[in-house]
Design a protein around this ligand. Structure first.
Ligand code: DUC
Ligand code: ZN
Ligand code: ZN
Ligand code: ZN
Length: 486
């Protein structure tokens, strides 16, 4: 059945104009004036934008002795309500250490539940021949990005030699390496120091993870990526020190991407000093929230293009789970929510304030993500042939964010009380309306699809001639073929 989205103003990463969108089946068939279809969706007074893509979530992830409470069902529904039509979740290896088994396990958990589309990144938490071999299997299974935790010592943390080996493997496979940039050795030391001083509350979490530990790790990861000749994606960039490292690397010609979070742009470190333990603990995540200067740095990065995407790192732990850390902040499960709130918060704090143009808003919430993760223009674009993942974004709908009206499984919301000044009137996933403002009906669990993300053409053939002609330093500029301009 064909549908036409009528009377709206289309906003893409490139431009803004008035036109209709004809959807046939799951894809965009035409964009133009006065299009006819069997049914119509009214976008009068609203913007028509590509569905949001959240590049960073942890649904049902086993972590720090518990499991993240947000399910694939509630997570993808909450996402749809907020205008996000695809998320990319982090797969962690299980006890057997197998990457292949982990991806199959994620499929087993997610497939019957997802209300909209998903992809995965894979975590590399150690190094051996099986992991080396299975990274190829992961890429063949449509997972083309590998995350390395430089923190969580004694658990997920990877050593530099292992990370270098994994980065080189990424290069061979045309995969994108990612890092959680915090120096885990220094964090462990500072945590001990805080506990010895008797600082056991959530403020100890912030004290033990200062911006310097993030800046050090970001710089180190960038240098290791340069040595291995791969691009690098740095997740949850929270501070000027990490942002500065990214800016400098990009200026040298490296393909380094940085991902601030909606939380980091709008919430600050004073949250950890709230006298209500639950309030502070609910906001414990790594890296932690920072101060106003760091927030300004992140906004500037989005404005200038030195930071490219906005994510959430949605890792939802209930108040009860957070209380595992009463008396010892190092045992508070790390994570906060944002999947449902990301677009609204970024619009209100970014577009309404003049910090971002509407086109930049679309770029950082959707198009840039799709390009960097190699699913563009199937996702992240409003063009003929693209998946009809579309949001009718209504600047006349206002809402106060609250646990009492959100769709997440959580019993609280870190954005509680935040007034957002726009919301989806409709959210469409592959042509199907999965959310309509005022109707509050849940899309069908299991209707979502896994979206394979192919390897990047890693330009090896072209490079061999280049290699013969240039100095070793230049060889490292292997341009994996991520679209230019981001
Ligand atoms: N940081 C978090 O806060 N939660 C999940 C994993 C991470 O790195
Ligand atoms: Zn992380
Ligand atoms: Zn170490
Ligand atoms: Zn994360």
């Amino acid at each position: 059945m064909s549908k036409v989205i009528k009377n709206g103003t289309i906003v893409t990463a490139d431009r803004t104009w008035k036109a209709d969108i004809l959807i046939e089946g799951e894809t965009i068939a035409r964009i133009g004036e006065d299009l006819k279809g069997e049914t119509y969706i009214d976008a009068e007074g609203a913007y028509v934008i590509p569905g949001g893509i959240d590049p960073h979530t942890h649904l049902e992830m086993p972590f720090m002795g518990t499991t993240a409470a947000e399910t694939f069902e509630t997570g993808t529904w909450a996402a749809a309500v907020g205008g996000t039509t695809m998320l990319v979740d982090f797969c962690l290896p299980g006890a057997d250490g197998s990457i292949k088994n982990a991806i199959n396990e994620w499929h087993r958990k997610s497939a019957p539940q997802i209300c909209s589309d998903i992809g995965y990144h894979m975590a590399v938490t150690g190094w051996n021949e099986t992991i080396f071999n299975e990274m190829k299997d992961a890429v063949d299974m449509g997972v083309n990005s590998f995350k390395h935790f430089m923190a969580y010592k004694g658990a997920l943390m990877i050593e530099d030699d292992e990370m270098y080996a994994s980065f080189k493997r990424c290069k061979e496979l045309g995969a994108l390496p990612m890092v959680h940039a915090e120096n885990g050795d220094i964090v462990a030391d500072l945590q001990q120091e805080m506990l010895e001083k008797g600082i056991t509350g959530p403020e100890g979490h912030a004290y033990s993870r200062p911006p310097e530990v993030e800046g050090e790790a970001a710089n180190r990861a960038i240098m290791i990526a340069d040595a291995a000749g791969v691009p690098l994606y740095i997740v949850h960039v929270s501070c000027e020190q990490a942002h500065e490292a990214i800016r400098r690397a990009r200026q040298k010609g490296m393909r380094v991407y940085g991902e601030p979070l909606a939380q980091f742009l709008t919430l600050d470190e004073t949250e950890y000093f709230n006298t209500d333990w639950d309030h502070a603990a609910r906001r414990v995540m790594s890296p932690p929230f920072r101060n106003k200067e760091h927030q300004d740095s992140l906004w500037a990065g989005l404005q200038s293009g030195s930071l490219q995407v906005v994510a959430t790192d949605h890792a939802a732990f209930s108040t009860e789970q957070k209380r595992m850390g009463i008396g010892d902040f190092t045992k508070i499960p790390n994570g906060s929510n944002g999947l449902e709130e990301r677009l609204g918060v970024l619009w209100t704090a970014g577009v309404e304030t003049g910090r971002l143009t509407m086109n930049e808003f679309v770029a950082v919430t959707s198009s840039n993500v799709a390009k960097i993760l190699n699913i563009y223009p199937k996702k992240g674009a409003l063009v003929e042939g693209a998946d009809a993942d579309i949001v009718v974004w209504d600047p006349s709908i206002t809402k106060t964010i609250s646990a009492s009206n959100h769709h997440s499984i959580l019993d609280y919301n870190v954005f509680e009380g935040f007034e957002v000044t726009a919301q989806p009137r409709y959210t469409l996933s592959r042509g199907e309306v999965i959310w309509a403002w005022g109707q509050n009906s849940q899309p069908q669990p299991g209707r979502g699809k896994f979206v394979p993300r192919p390897a990047f053409p890693s330009a090896h053939a072209a490079l061999s001639k280049w290699k013969a002609l240039t100095a070793p330093k230049m060889i490292q500029r292997d341009p994996m073929n991520i679209p230019a301009g981001i």
